[in-house]
Design a protein around this ligand. Structure first.
Ligand code: PLP
Length: 392
């Protein structure tokens, strides 16, 4: 198998798994227990808190462990709306992950003014429109994705956050795809909340974190036993949290290698662009995650391509499958002004430090072959394979 879907999830690092095992075995004490057996678990959680905080330049007490990135997004947005009930608007972009997009839409249907600022063809926010959308002082919370999960494009978060700060608006960023892949620090920015998810950087699934500025108020989503300093009730996922801490440490150590990660991605991308005539990259090629490329194959049905690549043992993503499995043209690519046919003919490939040059070469050749086969089925519209063994 050649796994090129690391934006969907990543392999759990062996060090992470090892660190988690004792907390799934002999050390099963409840971290709230008033005895040593419980206090051990509490200490392990607090050590992880420090590691996750270090990865994003936060203070440990600003880290709230959650069950996933989706929960972190929901908690941040709902908290800020409920703390400012006099403000009846929520501001975000048209290229958010559904864990922000759906929340904004939900509030839009229940009395709020949900404002979605558009992006350009490269995937970048219209900052003037962002500023205008904040001008009437109705916005309770502004939320902008840090790195897009489908294209890898890195938003101008700094500028958007500064504009929100000028209007005294609570600013949240969904940094689920960015954390661990590019250096970032909340210390440098007027960011009130930032979402993180462990399984995107070789940690376990089912654990995330919300950075919450210690000077800003917070209204918990989960009420109950008062864990996480009353900010997120529920007995902690100790093993998951320990795993997240180790994954954060490993990710921090790998950040220096992001240029070589980008070089491998570029090698893959160039290989595909040379092999498939007319293929092109979606989104800004300069300002994006080092591991991601979203490629357009003209005249090729993206779903068909995925099936053929799956048969060849390659995992990649349309970036557009909804939970029912039905494939719709990508909402993100459409928001970038692409017509439905281009959005339907695009596929996301996301690499990791496990990806090798041999895998990249094999994947390029398999893509060439698959596109060639699809042209036989779908001859119109270009997407011809040039040279190599493609098309046989
Ligand atoms: N935000 C972004 C940008 C994502 O890519 C994802 C996962 O795909 C999420 C949020 C949701 O994270 P989780 O799977 O931990 O709920």
């Amino acid at each position: 198998m050649i796994y090129l879907d690391n934006n969907a999830t990543t392999a759990v690092a062996p060090e992470v798994r090892e660190a988690m095992l004792p907390w799934l075995g002999e050390f099963y004490g409840n971290p709230s227990g008033g005895y040593r057996f419980g206090r051990q678990a509490r200490k392990a959680i607090d050590e992880s808190r420090e590691k996750v905080a270090a990865l994003i330049g936060a203070h440990p007490e600003e880290i709230i462990f959650t069950s996933c990135g989706t929960e972190s997004n929901n908690a941040a947005l709902r908290s800020s709306l409920s703390l400012r009930p006099e403000r009846k608007a929520i501001l975000t972009s048209t290229v958010e992950h559904s864990a922000v997009d759906e929340v904004a839409r939900f509030f839009g249907e229940t009395g709020y003014d949900a404002r979605f600022v558009e992006v350009d063809a490269e995937g970048h926010l219209d900052l003037e429109a962002w500023e205008n959308a904040l001008a009437d002082d109705e916005v309770a919370v502004a939320s902008l994705i840090w790195a897009n999960n489908e294209t890898g494009v890195l938003s101008h978060v700094e500028a958007a956050a500064e504009i929100a700060a000028e209007r005294d608006v609570y600013f949240h960023t969904d940094a689920v795809q960015a954390v661990g892949k590019v250096p970032l620090s909340v210390a440098d920015l007027p960011v009130h909340a930032l979402s993180v998810s462990a399984h995107k950087f070789h940690g376990p699934k089912g654990v995330g974190a919300l950075y919450q500025d210690r000077h800003a108020r917070f209204q918990p989503l989960m009420l109950g036993g008062g864990q996480e300093e009353k900010r997120r009730s529920g007995t902690e996922n100790v093993a998951g949290i320990v795993g997240m801490g180790v994954a954060a440490e490993l990710a921090a150590a790998r950040l220096d290698a992001r240029e070589s990660a980008a070089a491998l991605r570029d090698q893959f991308e160039e290989g595909v662009l040379e092999t498939v005539e007319g293929s092109a990259v979606n989104g800004d090629r300069d300002r994006r995650l080092p591991n991601t490329t979203n490629l357009f194959f003209p005249g090729v049905d993206g779903e068909g391509l995925l099936i053929l690549l799956d048969e060849a043992g390659i995992c990649c993503s349309p970036g557009s499958a909804c939970s029912t499995g039905a494939v719709k043209p990508s909402r993100i690519l459409k928001a970038m002004g692409q017509i439905s046919s281009r959005a339907r003919s695009s596929v996301r490939f996301s690499l990791s430090h496990h990806t090798t040059a041999e895998e990249v070469a094999e994947a390029v050749s398999a893509i060439g072959t698959a596109v060639g086969k699809l042209q036989v089925v779908l001859p119109a519209g270009g997407g011809r394979v040039v040279g190599g063994s493609g098309g046989k």
